[in-house]
Write a protein that binds this ligand. Structure first.
Ligand code: ACO
Length: 339
């Protein structure tokens, strides 16, 4: 699906924020727990360290801090928000974390809900929120991507535990005149038939209920991943989707200011850029210090690049999220916030 239909309003992307846990775990520290080493992790992934939520922090706290930063950048009072959308696969509460965040923010006039699409979650949430704005249903939305995959990791599985970290990032969008629309297009895709290469499945434990009946106990096992399959999926599908989107929107890859991809592996970022002959200097990357923070990578990266002056007002950004589901998506947008 691609935006190109008549809409009532456009969308402005005007605020960003992020928050990371205090605990920093380096590759060397991980090597004291599992059979790995700094050289292998750096060479195969580009990751040097990651942030992990400890005893005195929670994911909803990180969401709150990221949200406050984005609201401050947008210069919005919290009560002017209409919607708080949290993309996460690891909420503090399975019934939904977004209302907790809405309450902490003081966004008393906003409705709030969670959306789950793993590492594509932020992209899917961004597109979802833009549809509310475009239709005129709401004026202002805060979109947060946040995950705590460290809680669902087998820390003795070196094939996956070295990849992930925790964090939260947020973006503020609001309605604009339709002729100033900053969101040029998007495409979203899913293929559940290939979903078994990356899962966080429920455990299959049962309790006696009544008589001979049983009920399933709640609980999830650890992340199960076929890294090579996920890698092949990403380097095949992401360029193909971006290519379709650029063609549909009649945008030349050369006119992109930035490629803002889900931060999974530096080799994936480089492979996608090479496919479009985009210089690596235009590829935003911070996975060396955060690892893969799932739904949080894209807004954390955007916020850092806005605050350090790389992303400037009017810059054209191609973004893409991909991951479990399998799900993947891409969007083209301009940054309208401050430099
Ligand atoms: N340290 C040292 N050696 C390791 C480690 C480690 N941490 N992990 C694996 N190895 C070993 C393997 O055992 C293997 O050894 P062998 O040849 O003796 O059998 C060797 O290194 C090569 O393993 P590969 O799996 O072939 O390594 P590869 O180059 O494919 O890299 C990786 C693995 C980094 C996981 C890569 O496949 C990848 O990045 N895949 C994508 C994963 C991903 O991004 N997942 C998240 C998606 S987003 C979401 O929705 C959550």
């Amino acid at each position: 699906m691609t935006v190109n239909t008549t809409t009532n309003f456009g969308v402005s992307v005007i605020g960003s924020g992020c928050s990371s846990p205090a605990q920093k775990i380096t590759n060397e520290q991980l090597a004291s727990r599992v059979d790995t080493n700094d050289e292998w992790i750096k060479t195969r992934t580009g990751i040097r360290e990651r942030r992990i939520i400890g005893p005195n922090e929670s994911l909803s706290d990180l969401c709150f801090k990221a949200g406050v930063s984005a609201l401050e950048m947008a210069r919005w009072a919290p009560e002017t928000l209409d919607m708080v959308l949290v993309a996460t696969s690891t909420p503090d509460d399975l019934f939904g974390m977004a209302p907790q965040v809405q309450s902490k923010l003081g966004a008393c006039n906003a409705f709030a809900f969670d959306l789950t699409a793993a590492c594509s979650g932020f992209l899917f949430a961004f597109v979802t929120a833009t549809q509310f704005v475009r239709s005129g249903s709401i004026k202002r939305a805060l979109i947060i991507g946040a995950d705590q995959l460290s809680a669902w990791m087998d820390w003795d599985d070196r094939r996956s535990c070295v990849l992930f970290g925790d964090g939260a990032g947020a973006i503020a969008i609001e309605a604009s005149p339709v002729n100033q629309d900053a969101v040029i297009g998007f495409k979203l895709k899913s293929d559940g038939s290939r979903g078994d290469c990356l899962n966080l499945p429920q455990t299959r434990d049962f309790d006696p209920l009544v008589s001979s009946y049983q009920n399933q106990k709640g609980g999830f096992s650890n992340i199960e991943m076929n890294g090579q399959e996920v890698y092949k999926f990403a380097v095949r599908e992401v360029p193909s989707l971006l290519q379709d989107l650029l063609l549909k929107c009649e945008i030349d890859p050369e006119s992109l200011d930035w490629l803002l991809l889900h931060q999974a592996n530096q080799r994936i970022l480089n492979a996608v850029a090479d496919r479009f002959s985009i210089p690596h200097t235009k590829v935003l990357s911070n996975l060396a210090i955060y690892g893969n923070t799932s739904a949080a990578t894209i807004p954390i990266m955007l916020d850092e690049a806005v605050r350090d002056g790389r992303v400037k007002p009017g810059h054209l950004i191609a973004t893409s999220g991909f991951g479990a589901g399998l799900s993947w998506g891409a969007a083209l947008f301009r940054w309208n916030g401050p430099s």
